[in-house]
Structure formats: C-alpha cells, structure tokens
Design a protein around this ligand. Structure first.
Ligand SMILES: [Zn+2]
Length: 166
C-alpha cells in the first residue's frame, strides 16, 4: 500500500482560498485521474472518477473503499481509498511562492494515480472578500469580474502532481 498526496498549484489573480465547493473534504467533489497498474504497468485509457462520498465494497467484502478497478490487460484488481483531513485551500500566498498545496490523500493498492484532471465544482474568494462559487476549471482556466473590488479575477496555469506520502 502506498499513499499518494495530490498537490495543486495555479496562478491566482486577485483570488485566494481555491478549494472544492464544500471544502477540501467535500463528499461530492469529483477527482478525475488515470490509473497505472502496479502489476503490468498498463495505464488506463480513460480517467476514472472518484469522490469521498461514493463507496464500494472491498474485494474481500470486509470493508469499503472508494474505487475497485480491474486492469484491462492483466486482470489484477486494485483499490483507491480517499483519506480526508489532509487537504488545504490554495492561497494567494502559496500561489505566489510557487508552493504546491495538498488537496487530498489517496491510499492506492495495486494502482498508481497519474494525471489529475481539473473539473467543475470549485470555489474561491477575492481579495476584497467576494465569494465565487461553482468555478469550472475544466477548460484550464477561469475568469470573472469582482463588482465589489472592481477588478478582474482569474485562475490560470493549473498544475497538479501526485507525490508519494511517507
Ligand atoms: Zn495490469
């Protein structure tokens, strides 16, 4: 079993605290990424979607996990379990200092997560305190205008990495 921490960074213009709509442990927030089989090295062709609130029985039937996926090439089954409580909102300070911020921890057995894809369901607030909900990052960036602060707000240059968490 290996734990992988998903870390993200983006360029934020007049925005801070970028995070899933209901916070970092949002049960409905969808994580999209591919999975590489530890047994044969096969990379899944399509992104898999997992979220904290969706659980399935473990192959042994004794507990639950968030994903059970069978490798198309070798048939080996692997599991992915999301571990809440380790994520933080991406702040303007972290963005400016180039510091990747942890979002979610994944306990992966038999599989390695690869290539996180940004989707819908984010929120952030502007430096004047205006809240922006339902931010969709699936196009790779987001732009709006803050009427309160009278300045543009923007999220761009999104990047994500999975780091082995020891
Ligand atoms: Zn395989």
């Amino acid at each position: 079993m290996v734990n992988y921490m998903l870390k993200i960074i983006a360029e934020l213009e007049n925005l801070t605290n970028l995070q899933p709509q209901a916070g970092c442990d949002d049960p409905d927030f969808p994580y999209y990424f591919k999975l590489k089989c530890n047994n044969c090295g096969e990379l899944s062709q399509k992104e898999t979607c997992v979220s904290l609130g969706e659980t399935v029985p473990m192959p042994n039937g004794r507990s639950t996990t968030n994903l059970v996926q069978k490798c198309k090439l070798c048939g080996r089954e692997g599991t992915v379990l999301l571990i809440p409580g380790r994520g933080r909102a991406l702040t303007l300070e972290a963005s400016e200092s180039g510091e990747y911020t942890p979002l979610m921890l994944f306990d992966c057995r038999g599989l390695e997560p690869v290539g996180f894809v940004f989707g819908d369901g984010w929120k952030a607030e502007s430096t004047s305190g205006t809240k922006f909900d339902g931010i969709d990052l699936s196009q790779g960036e987001y732009a709006d205008y803050d009427e309160n602060g009278q300045f543009p707000v923007m999220v761009s240059n999104l990047r994500a990495i999975f780091v082995v968490d020891k």
